[in-house]
Design a protein. Structure first.
Length: 291
């Protein structure tokens, strides 16, 4: 059964030559559904991307380190943007959250059409070392898992077997979501790569395993011992204070002109779908006028 709090489990397997990660991100995906009012196919697309970002964030060196993952494939759902930090706090959005598409011929959600594949997947990683790392790779299928695997191979030269899944229930809620990552360590050899490719093929519907058995059961499938466990949270860095700083950059004259035109200033956060509202009294106070 899915965890009440999203989790990332990591361990070494195959005689210490392969890094294994199993994620249960059901709670994170449900938070995203609630914040963005996602359609089922949008929830699947964004949920898979949030899961991939959580895995990538697990490699960051410090809790304050950060990364962003963007997918721009020209699909029906538009662009996907996700951000995360070393504390495994993730947040993200899809450009058209209400997108509705018929299922594929096999009955599954058509994530590939939602995302599209005429574009790129881009990762920007900042470990506080001065110059952020930027990696970009062409999309392969728009199904996210194959695209993330292609990114690892082309941009980071690390072959990685990836399975991602999001299962949506009849009421529009996520009943199981997660990820499985198998990554041979440097120098592990062709045998380790073959092992990863063979084992990932046993999880074509990972979300069902998360829903019915839970992430720990998937971990046990690999005989993993001594796995580390970390919480993954949907959490945004936006705040009213940051929104106020954005208003201040407008300057007093332009801010008051916008108030006269619209009656308010709305600073919208795409990542968590929060509106920070400022009326005339708020704006005058920001610029030092007495109430």
């Amino acid at each position: 059964m899915p965890e009440s709090v999203s989790k990332l489990y990591r361990a070494l397997i195959f005689d210490g030559r392969v890094s294994l990660a199993v994620l249960d991100t059901t709670a994170v995906v449900n938070e995203a559904i609630g914040r963005h009012h996602l359609s089922p196919v949008a929830a699947a697309a964004l949920g898979r991307t949030l899961t991939a970002a959580a895995y990538l964030a697990g490699w960051l060196k410090e809790q304050t380190s950060s990364l962003s993952l963007s997918v721009d494939g020209g699909g029906e759902g538009g662009r996907i943007g996700v951000a995360a930090d070393g504390a495994l706090r993730v947040r993200g959005y899809i450009e058209r959250p209400a997108v509705s598409l018929p299922p594929r011929a096999d009955g599954k959600l058509d994530v590939g059409r939602c995302v599209g594949r005429a574009g790129t997947l881009t990762v920007i990683r900042d470990d506080g070392e001065g110059i952020p790392f930027v990696g970009t790779s062409p999309l392969v299928s728009g199904e996210i898992a194959e695209d993330v695997s292609a990114y690892f191979l082309t941009s980071e030269q690390r072959p990685t077997a990836v399975a991602l899944g999001v299962r949506i229930g009849g009421e529009g809620e996520c009943v199981g979501a997660g990820g499985l990552f198998l990554q041979p360590l440097p120098g592990a050899g062709e045998q380790a790569i073959a092992f990863c490719e063979e084992r990932i093929a046993a999880y074509p519907d990972l979300s069902r395993h998360i829903e019915r058995r839970g992430a720990k059961a998937v971990l046990a499938d690999f005989g993993a011992a001594g796995a580390t466990e970390r919480d993954v949270l949907f959490a945004c860095h936006c705040s009213r204070e940051r929104a106020a700083a954005a208003v201040l950059t407008m300057g007093k004259k332009d801010a008051l002109a916008l108030i006269r035109e619209q009656g308010k200033i709305c600073v919208h956060c795409h990542y968590c779908n929060t509106d920070h509202i400022f009326d005339e009294r708020d704006v005058r106070a920001l610029f030092g006028e007495n109430a």
